[in-house]
Ligand binder design. Structure first.
Ligand SMILES: Nc1ncnc2c1ncn2[C@@H]1O[C@H](COP(=O)(O)OP(=O)(O)OP(=O)(O)O)[C@@H](O)[C@H]1O
Length: 238
């Protein structure tokens, strides 16, 4: 049996006293590739933040194998980043190496080469000196993927990695994500495009303020489950 890298046990998360996701139990297996899907407000981002330790459980537990939070890297939603911060694309990507290199060790030639290689891999070889505020949405997302390449994390959490990027960029970044999976990393991504989920993600977690279904994608994304998810989330606004 494959071991779990992240286990959720009757987990409830929320903001102040309002519950965003209730009573979720299940596990992300090591090396699995899982899409978290669900309507707006279903609690997908809240769950990602909970796993990253940015939101504390209201109830239940998140159990991580070993010291896996040190081995985790997250791609936040594009809208959550302050792009007015005046740093270069190179420095943004190089920040991905901090955990490995440490803040005080010298950033040597091999690290420099890793940054350049990561920039080249996402198609931004010549963008190193560009201030991030001048990048398009798609270029920024490519730069953030390059930063993840530098992280070299065992577990990657991505919150809507393909929102606001064109088809070509989506295909390039999806290929990187699949490479990470092939390398044995655990990849968890919040996605809205169900066709993409069906095509590329073996596992899915359907959320709607609670877990509607979690398992093999074909068994999760059934018309009945999707209908139930919409119904549960619509209830919020009645
Ligand atoms: N920072 C916050 N402060 C207060 N409430 C929040 C905060 N972030 C999210 N919420 C609330 O938590 C609930 C779940 O939101 P969340 O962003 O997790 O949903 P989501 O499934 O990621 O939605 P979307 O698909 O629209 O991004 C919503 O009711 C939302 O208003």
């Amino acid at each position: 049996m494959t071991s779990a890298v992240i286990e959720l046990d009757q987990l409830s998360l929320g903001w102040r006293d309002r519950i965003a996701v209730r009573d979720v139990t299940g596990a992300f297996a090591r090396g699995s590739l899982t899409a978290i899907v669900g309507p707006n407000g279903a609690g997908k981002s809240t769950l990602v933040k909970g796993i990253m330790g940015l939101v504390s459980p209201l109830r239940g537990q998140i159990r991580l194998a070993g010291d896996s939070r040190r081995q985790m890297a997250c791609l936040p939603q594009l809208g959550e980043l302050d792009r007015s911060f005046p740093i270069s694309t190179y420095d943004l990507v190089a920040m991905g190496a901090w955990r490995r290199v440490g803040a005080w060790r010298r950033f040597d030639q091999s690290e420099h080469e890793r940054v350049q290689a990561a920039l080249a891999m996402v198609g931004l070889a010549d963008f190193g000196p560009r201030i991030i505020g001048t990048l398009s949405g798609g270029q920024m997302q490519r730069a953030l993927f390059a930063r993840l390449l530098l992280h070299d994390a065992h577990t990657l959490l991505l919150d809507e990695p393909f929102a606001a990027v064109d088809r070509h960029t989506t295909e390039d970044l999806m290929a990187l994500l699949r490479d990470w999976h092939r390398e044995g990393r655990t990849v968890i991504a919040v996605l809205h495009d169900l066709e993409m989920v069906r095509a590329y993600f073996p596992q899915a977690l359907l959320l709607a303020g609670q877990a509607v279904a979690w398992g093999p994608t074909a068994e999760v994304l059934t018309p009945e489950n999707l209908h139930l998810a919409r119904h549960l989330c619509a209830g919020d606004y009645l």
